[in-house]
Design a protein around this ligand. Sequence first.
Ligand code: NAD
Length: 453
Amino acid sequence: MKVLINQQKHYFNSNTTKPLAFRIEQLKKLKTVLKIHEQELTAAIFNDFQKGSFNTFLTEFAGLYADLDKAIKKLAKWAKIKRVGTNMLNFPASSYIMPEPLGVCLIIGSWNYPVNLTMAPAIAAIAAGNTVVIKPSELTTHTSAALSNVIKSNFDSSFLAVVEGGVEETTELLEQPFDKIFFTGSIPVGRIVYKAAAKNLIPVTLELGGKSPLIVAPDANLKICVKRLVWGKFVNAGQTCIAPDYVLVHKSIEKKFLETLKTEIEQGQFSLANQNYAQIISEKHLDRLVSLIDPAKVFVGGDYDRSKRLLAPTVLVNVSPEDKVMEDEIFGPILPVLTYEDIDYAISFIKARPKPLGLYLFSESSTLRKKILNEVSFGGGMVNDVLMHFVNDELPFGGVGNSGMGNYHGEAGFKSFSHYKSVIKKPTWFELPLKYYPFAKWKSAMVKWVVGS
Ligand code: NAD
């Protein structure tokens, strides 16, 4: 590993990655390579957890191609040196801000969207002019191997490399003097990464998880709400960091909401019988999820097939805040439904817990929308839909508090992998003797006048 990092340091220090033409060429190449190997990677993802090709294209590749096109088109603008004003104390001079790449970057990915969540940050890092080491999750074994082969056979490892492995290899990587670490994964491992990075004062972006609430107000369009909720919750079998974790529905519409929800789930897009319904990633994960289901509270679903690692879309009712299912992020196809009567109760319920990665509100009321957006802190979210904010690359994507720090997508990704160097350029033909000895009265009067005090 040390050798690889040294090679990348050497390559970065050769300045090869800095010209925009090089970055654009690599981004174009990456797009071609991903397109050529899309089927192979899709098959690997299917082998890992039975995710169907339509959803794989939609949730893994579509966003990457859009990211690549955007970066190629906008790079010159993002990388432009920005002239800013100069204060009087520095007169005469010109000041500017110059984005520069950070250097050798480590990207650690999670398994739930194994291609997107490693390649999207890699695109941002390449656009910003860095070299990159990607560490995919060991849980998606086939995808990790396929990604490694694809990158190895198309890119010089001094520029872009994949290191496969689990805890041991990641621990070793975390000891290396990277210039940036971008981590996507769980909160406990996020803490480990943050601590390791602190040792070498490495800047980090942490894309973590948490319990994202979905609020259904009395005036919500229930049909649309439920349609969008069912897709967003059960696609990838609920193994999505921004999936709605639990529902807070107004008591007055609880019954109607639940009936509509049941009808929508019974349409069968996500069911044990559907060949494209994603598997739970491992038996251990399935066991954890099953242990969260209180059979007395099952309204829909609850059944599972251990041999196939499948768990049916499951809705729990009469859930109390003390139930086990309300402790940690569920990260599976279980949806607890809680009720509220007063919106201030719902808000204080959310605020009493760690700041979530996502928040969703279904309501037609602009007063309610403004109130929630103003009063509740969360990474990002939507009004009247779920998940889709992830694919708008005009929006920085990331968490706040326990759900993460930093963000990416579009220009935010470029910024995440750049340092903004501030420079003042001064001419030598003029020298104001203001700051030099002897300190005459007129000098202090002039300084006071210049700074406005
Ligand atoms: P994880 O934290 O278990 O693993 C993530 C990565 O860390 C993997 O590459 C793994 O090899 C490595 N890792 C695991 N244990 C480690 C250790 N002790 N030391 C060093 N490295 C270690 O997370 P996961 O199970 O792959 O993913 C699920 C979690 O990720 C959920 O909490 C989910 O919300 C979150 N997530 C967040 C986002 C986001 O964009 N915010 C996206 C996807 C997933």
